[in-house]
Design a protein around this ligand. Structure first.
Ligand SMILES: C[S@@+](CC[C@H](N)C(=O)[O-])C[C@H]1O[C@@H](n2cnc3c(N)ncnc32)[C@H](O)[C@@H]1O
Length: 301
């Protein structure tokens, strides 16, 4: 693909856009993270694609690996690079979802059908259970914890497991198990003495913040299929950074992390693979008219 911006003004890969205190890099985070300087970022808040769930319509997308074991290996390598970029007292906040091993059929929508506003990769794969971890048909993968343990083994200190309880979960028409209404958020540090401002977010009673967060979905002007609530990013930013510090999100999607960072007076670096999502994130972030945004385009990498 060409570098830079198309004559039609569409975002393309390998470009960089500045919107206020946010730097938006467009491309594969595996190629772009190595370009960021060491120890330059205070915290990373991110939600990678979940394995086998959605199609983000790009050949380099994470989450489309043939097996969940390969997915875990990719995440470990990506977050090793994030560790280099974080300051020694910095932290990683990782939101990650689970899935099921499935056998048989492609569902009534057919292979890779459009379901709602997304495509379901899992339907492509329903004809075999992935050959790893002794998985059987209908097994819950346990992916968030498998990723957490793999990161722990790779040197991260796992400091907290937070359960995000969804006020308005996606309905599931299952009849053989309770429907899912939670997701996991892990807090990782690289050394025992890391920055955490325990006064920044408290329970309404004034008590110490608990490790279950009840958060609702929020209106999001982009049509990204998997945005997390701005309140989730807000909490992490307040707990993990001081004003003026930099937050990183290598799987930026609709730019929710930067939106929260901007509102809290923090700088932000976003990386997003799909130029269409990057463009939607930029639109969401810009306080200024589109024309001024185009005039302020940064360097091409
Ligand atoms: C779960 S979504 C993130 C949503 C985001 N937290 C928000 O609130 O909008 C994951 C994003 O990662 C992007 N992505 C997938 N593979 C990537 C890669 N290799 N490098 C950078 N971004 C990638 C996808 O296009 C998708 O937008």
């Amino acid at each position: 693909m060409d570098k830079g911006f198309s004559p039609g003004g569409q975002f393309v890969e390998h470009a960089e856009v500045h919107i206020g205190e946010t730097r938006l890099l467009i491309g594969d985070c595996r190629k772009l993270l190595p370009l960021l300087p060491s120890e330059s970022v205070q915290c990373c808040i991110t939600s990678p694609p979940y394995w086998g769930l959605r199609d983000y319509e790009h050949p380099e997308q994470l989450g489309s690996e043939p097996s969940p074991a390969e997915y875990v290996a990719h995440l470990v390598a990506i977050f090793r690079e994030v560790r280099r970029i974080l300051r020694p007292e910095g932290t990683l906040w990782l939101n990650i979802g689970d899935g099921y091993a499935r056998n048989g059929g492609t569902g009534r929508h057919g292979p890779n059908a459009r379901v709602g506003n997304t495509r379901k990769l899992i339907q492509k794969r329903n004809c075999r259970v992935p050959a790893c971890w002794g998985l059987k048909d209908r097994d819950l993968l346990g992916l968030p914890w498998r990723v957490a343990f793999a990161l722990q083994e790779d040197g991260w200190i796992l400091r907290s497991h937070i359960v995000w309880i969804k006020k308005t979960p996606m309905p599931e028409s299952v009849r053989n198990r309770p429907s899912r209404a939670t997701e996991d958020i892990f807090l990782f540090a690289q050394q025992p003495g890391y920055f955490y401002d325990h006064q920044a977010v408290r329970e309404p009673s004034g008590a110490n913040l608990k490790n279950y967060w009840l958060l609702g979905s929020e209106p999001n002007s982009s049509d990204h299929p998997a945005a997390f609530p701005k309140d989730l990013a807000r909490r992490c930013i307040l707990l993990a950074t001081r004003p003026g510090e930099t937050v990183l999100d290598p799987f930026a999607g609709s730019g929710t992390t930067a939106l929260a960072a901007q509102e809290l007076g923090r700088r932000c670096i976003l990386i997003e693979l799909n130029p269409a999502y990057a463009q939607a994130a930029a639109r969401r972030l810009q306080a200024r008219p589109q024309r001024e945004l185009w005039l302020s385009l940064g360097n091409v990498l």
